[in-house]
Design a binder for this molecule. Structure first.
Ligand SMILES: [Zn+2]
Ligand SMILES: [Zn+2]
Length: 250
């Protein structure tokens, strides 16, 4: 049986168990309503709210007529817009770690509900929806790409965008970005992605919406956006589940 078939059987078994048992919070296992999180874990989610930088989505301390953060004034990113649902802390961090490392595909519908509003906003120009790919070695170890599962669900349930998971590949394995400075992250990710040559006609002139789970410095999204621009895409934007809004090392 293929890894994908085993993964989908596991998900089906989990769905059955959740139907038969009282609802539990996916994070702390306490009683929850049907939304998947208990009240305390809901409170641990901190949405990123306006005022934001119109370009990179960084929360701003004040509202301006033309709201851009200092970074976007001086050195604009290669993306037209970046938006994140939550601050990367508390419940958002726990959800993402479960999703990524805990065989957590049963979280996809919940994460889909959490991301739908921003996704609909960003997908209004019918973009190609392209998840940030894993290197194939990591993919085979984990058996799924969490960003791709989230993106697939968002496209399917909102009816927006054109899910296109196989146009961008990670051609080089990179060391984990954790613990690296902004500059080291840029160097680590440089040249890691490639748009497949056969994808070029599909990408040409089309808006692209990249989807990933966490944004830290933006180095990964910037690199992926540059590859699409070089392949002749239209404007590139990005949606992430959570962003780190306070870097301990910049
Ligand atoms: Zn909980
Ligand atoms: Zn900005």
């Amino acid at each position: 049986m293929s890894a994908a078939a085993i993964a989908s059987l596991t998900v089906a078994a989990r769905h059955l168990i959740t139907l038969l048992l009282p609802h539990q919070c996916v994070l702390c296992r306490r009683f929850a309503d049907t939304t998947g999180l208990c009240a305390a874990c809901w409170e641990g989610l901190t949405p990123i709210s306006a005022p934001l930088c119109a370009r990179c989505g960084l929360p701003l301390g004040h509202t301006l007529a033309d709201p851009l953060c200092a970074g976007c004034w001086t050195n604009p990113p290669p993306l037209a817009a970046i938006r994140a649902c939550f601050h990367y802390a508390d419940s958002a961090r726990d959800l993402i770690l479960h999703y990524k490392h805990g065989d957590g595909l049963q979280l996809t519908p919940l994460l889909g509900r959490l991301g739908a509003r921003l996704f609909i906003e960003l997908a209004s120009d019918s973009p190609l929806v392209i998840p940030v790919p894993l290197h194939r070695r990591r993919y085979f170890r984990r058996r799924y790409n969490q960003a791709a599962e989230w993106a697939r669900h968002l496209c399917h349930h909102t009816g927006q965008g054109d899910f296109a998971p196989n146009l961008l590949v990670r051609q080089r394995a990179t060391r984990s970005q954790g613990g690296l400075s902004r500059h080291q992250r840029q160097r680590n990710i440089a040249g890691a992605f490639a748009v497949l040559p056969e994808a070029a006609p599909r990408i040409h002139g089309r808006p692209v919406l990249l989807v990933d789970d966490v944004l830290t410095t933006g180095a990964t999204l910037h690199e992926a956006a540059r590859r699409h621009a070089a392949a002749g895409s239209g404007p590139v934007s990005a949606l992430v589940l959570a962003r780190v809004t306070r870097l301990s090392h910049a």
